[in-house]
Design a protein around this ligand. Structure first.
Ligand SMILES: [Zn+2]
Length: 313
């Protein structure tokens, strides 16, 4: 009887239209300040937005550069920065190499701009920037240090949804591993997932997707993109996207790798400009900057293992 039920469920699954997508876009709606309505494209998305009021986030250009914090993590072996760079390059490359149909790729291209001294996520509206990948090794500065693996922060134009800056912070207080031996929390899986947020994707309801909201510790399956992830990136950056500016991977206002000092800062710390004010550029003065953070939770390990064991028995 049990087997029959499983067969019926599988049959029903294969009958679903193949066009059904589970991927979600990130909207310019901040759930901390307002109620974000259900995504009209996919009611299964955790966060949505009102198309009359909010925008779906996207990079307006094709070429996007990213920088990697020099310190990387002591968990990455004898040459931590090289390892960090190798894993990150591969994670980003996967997204740009997706086949959107007929061999055509999405209209995004990443450039690894090398190391950065800066270890803070920030966006300077009047000074040089870096789209930074950084490990937080000593302390995870957010709630949920025990179950968050990484956090991607997007800074965007709230009127247009254009992404200005993206920073990925990795929770270095968690056990992170690279390679196929003794897998803990797999860096390649984490960075491939966060690169999806960097592109403007939210969490997918498809359990097979790299953009699924939960990572199963010791798993490496999120290293590879699923069909749903591919549909997502091709939907935001279709091969036929037009009016793209000339390829230039340098961040807005130039590449800044040292946490540029703000004029008014007397402590020598890094500047964070999340709202419009003095020194903002014109487009920002017209359009306040919003922020979107996408925490990634690790949960349900026990439940997943239990289910697998029961199925095998
Ligand atoms: Zn996530």
């Amino acid at each position: 009887m049990k087997r029959l039920l499983v067969t019926a469920a599988l049959a029903a699954a294969t009958l679903l239209p193949s066009t059904a997508s589970a991927f979600c876009r990130t909207w310019s709606c901040d759930p901390r300040r307002e109620t974000c309505p259900v995504d009209p494209d996919n009611p299964a998305c955790l966060l949505g937005g009102d198309p009359a009021k909010h925008k779906r986030l996207f990079w307006p250009q094709k070429c996007i550069g990213f920088s990697l914090n020099d310190a990387a993590s002591p968990q990455l072996g004898t040459r931590p920065f090289d390892t960090f760079q190798k894993v990150a390059d591969k994670a980003f490359l996967q997204w740009q190499e997706v086949d959107c149909g007929g061999g055509k790729k999405p209209t995004i291209a990443f450039a690894d701009l090398g190391g950065a001294e800066c270890d803070l996520h920030q966006y300077n509206s009047s000074q040089a920037n870096a789209n930074l990948l950084v490990f937080k090794n000593g302390k995870w500065p957010y709630q949920g240090a025990d179950n968050q693996l990484a956090l991607t922060t997007l800074t965007f134009n709230v009127d247009s949804g254009e992404i200005y800056d993206a920073d990925i912070e990795i929770n270095g207080t968690q056990k992170i591993s690279v390679g196929d031996a003794d897998v803990q929390n797999d860096l390649a899986s984490i960075l491939t997932h966060e690169a999806g947020h960097f592109l403007g994707l939210g969490h997918s309801s498809d359990g097979e997707a790299t953009m699924f909201r939960e990572y199963t510790p010791k798993s490496i399956s999120m290293r590879d993109l699923a069909d749903d992830d591919k549909k997502g990136v091709c939907s935001i950056y279709p091969p036929d996207r037009t009016n793209l500016p000339a390829c230039n991977p340098i961040p807005r206002h130039g590449l800044g790798t040292k946490c540029e000092l703000p004029v008014t800062d007397d402590k020598g710390s890094c500047a964070v400009s999340a709202t419009c004010g003095e020194g903002e550029d014109e487009s920002c003065a017209m359009s306040p900057i919003g922020r979107s953070t996408a925490p990634w939770f690790v949960v349900a390990l026990g439940a997943t293992l239990a289910v697998l064991r029961r199925r095998r028995a």
